[in-house]
Design a binder for this molecule. Structure first.
Ligand code: GTP
Ligand code: MG
Length: 208
């Protein structure tokens, strides 16, 4: 199992698009018609199986979409491996907000992020649909993101979305580079009784 602590995933999008509902459907297979708006951000750990021998664990930051939190949201970008930009297929303003986040992240934070996913939610509301598949695909193509259409109400495409997040993390290079042993501080000597975790520190000899 790969550790979750450094595998940070952030969900972004206008208030009411259904970010919390996506996460709830995945972790407890439930749906709440009157889901309360998130305050600040909520954190959850999710485990995904890549295959029989490989499991990935990642931490999801489900951010608050209300505009008053917009200035705070970029604080969560730092160290994110995957960014999930969410919009409501029945709300044009949420699609505009998705464009805003994609543009701002690519411009300012792009180099640190391994993958982006664009998600159109509430695909169960067929009659209210405002954003066409073509428009969504064009946006996904412009920013090089994956694209999913989901419904937290029916559960459609939720498993596929979280599996894709896990795959991006699985295929990403490791977060930390291995330290050359010659550059490391060497630990020598025997630990003192009762202080088994304490060692004498000896720095490597100077090579000059
Ligand atoms: N029909 C339908 N309604 C949904 C779906 N997903 C979410 N909703 C409803 O949309 C409303 C908002 O959902 P939330 O999950 O709270 O949205 P959010 O993006 O987390 O909102 P903030 O926390 O304010 O940013 C709730 O009333 C949900 O029941 C869906 O797939 N289909
Ligand atoms: Mg929420």
């Amino acid at each position: 199992m790969l550790s979750s602590t450094n595998n940070k995933v952030i969900f972004l999008g206008l208030s009411g698009v259904g970010k919390t509902s996506l996460v709830q459907r995945r972790i407890s297979n439930t749906f709440h018609q009157f889901q309360e708006a998130t305050i600040g951000a909520a954190y959850t750990t999710i485990n995904e199986e890549i295959d029989n021998d490989t499991k990935i664990s990642f931490g999801v930051w489900d951010t608050a979409g209300q505009e008053r939190y917009d200035a705070l949201t970029p604080l969560y970008f730092r160290g994110s491996r995957v960014v999930v930009v969410v919009f409501d297929l029945s709300k044009c303003d949420s699609f505009e907000k998705a464009k805003y986040w994609l543009e701002m992240i690519k411009e300012k934070y792009g180099e640190y992020i391994e993958g982006y996913i664009l998600v159109g939610t509430k695909c169960d509301l067929h009659d209210n649909r405002k954003i066409t598949v073509e428009e969504a695909h064009n946006l996904a193509e412009k920013y090089g993101t994956h694209y999913y259409e989901t419904s937290a109400y029916t559960g459609e495409c939720i498993d596929e979305l979280f599996k894709q997040i896990a795959l991006i993390i699985y295929n990403a290079p490791p977060l930390f580079e291995t330290i050359d042993i010659n550059d490391a501080i060497k630990l020598t000597g025997s630990p003192k009784p009762g202080r088994e975790n304490c060692y004498n520190y000896v720095t490597p000899p100077c090579s000059c």
